[in-house]
Design a protein around this ligand. Sequence first.
Ligand SMILES: [Cu+2]
Length: 555
Amino acid sequence: MRLGHGRKFPCIGVCFVEERAFGLITRRRFLGHSALTASAVLSRRAIAQTMVQPAAPVIPNLDPNTLARFVDPLPLPRVAQPVDHRAAPDGSGERVPFYRIAMQAARAKLHRDLPPTALWAFGGSVPGPVFETRSGQGQLIEWLNELPARHFLPIDHGIHGAEKEKPEVRGVVHLHGGKTPPEGDGYPEDWYAPGQSRTYYYPNRQDPTLLWYHDHTMGINRLNVYAGLLGLYVIRDGVEDALHLPNGKYEVPLMLMDRDLRRDGQLSYPVSPNPEKPWVPEAFGEAHLVNGKLFPYLDVEPRKYRFRILNGANGRFYRLSLSPEIEMNQIGTDQGLLPGPVPVKDVQLAPGERADVVIDFAEHRGARVLLMSEAFTLMQFRVAPSAVSDSSVLPSTLRSVSPIVEASAVNTRRLTLDEQLNMVSESMGMLLNKTPWHMPVTEKPLLNTTEIWELVNLTDDVHPIHLHMVKFQILDRRRFDAFEYMTKGSLRYLGPAMAPEPNEMGWKDTARVNSHTVTRIIVPFVGYPGRYVWHCHILEHEDNEMMRPYEVLAT
Ligand SMILES: [Cu+2]
């Protein structure tokens, strides 16, 4: 375990503020937006950052607000096509679609007025091709590593798993939210070098939802994903089809992510002032990409649309709303449909979380509607002026989601979320339960049993905690005295337990664990025995030790 390196953000021309809203704490770049500055409190970290004198970047970063808005149509990812059918490896004799997708260097225009940006991409595009499949329809994917021999983003060789003796470029693919056997789950240490490939089997024996695939390589995951290695994966079934939700061209994926770009249009990843230890604890970009474009527009008809939204950012939390304000209906979350539509004015998404949202433009003929995240404009909807007929339905009942009875849990684990700070409040790394990655496995639930995990967040940040292979429900969140916990070891609550938000009351695979809050999740360990991981989905945290193995034991 190499702690003792890494500073907080390099303060290149901008500083950071801490904003408290809805009981959450998020750090944001100070952009001069009054909405942000008015509530801003200069954090201990921002104070520390003013003490840092970073090296000037060779090419300054681009201010995306200097670009023309809404000049590029929203791109839609192409649908992946199988190249063959092969025998499923489960012994069933069934022949299943076989896909071959390469991780490779690519160039893409992120905006009309920018030169092509060098990226790493699945199948040559960011996002990669979208997989379309059905519940219970297995498929095989050969993931080829055809990346170049050298990385183009700053590797920190002091981070566990990214040592100098390892190949600089490595890759391994994880299907986020997939109920996947362990040999195909993309275990972070199962990486492979350029010229190699792995074929993974996805049984897809799970409810319909939006999953996503991305790199998960030990120690450089944040860099590989930032480079562009992510894509969407949709599972459907007949029950969902029968709801007659908006479909076809009226169902639109929106993959959100933020990047910093240099003025020459190339990716810029933030680094610490120490070139030997370039890791930074979070990477927030000022350029917000929707399906890989800056400020795209989408022509829509005045009717209902279904948007399948992923926060694919490394560390950015999005709080999505429409301007002018239009009420949305959230119909699904990470692991599928909610019991019924939840009317919302905004939708909060931490990295890794998904939202399934229906927006009805019927009352807004001829309008220009912006998709915003607080002060940031993400994209524009251009509503056509003429009325259309709309046969799609927004049913009041979507799917039965039975709350798991707490008494059914056979075990409760109390697990802390930890951050180590030095004397000037600079992060030295994060941990789960004060235990680095390489220590022996401590979480070993039995297959087909249910556990409660009490996630005790001792840090000042919100951490989106993701468990591989399983889905879970959020029981509640409760504020506690973190100082007393850290000094005396006693857990003293500061208020009542709060139920999850209505739009979190479905099946989840990633849960926001708020600062100084105990978030309880209840997890049926149903699926496959074997070694998996759980981790924070802020990728900079995950790469610097906020990830642990867990093992489902066969009964
Ligand atoms: Cu985290």
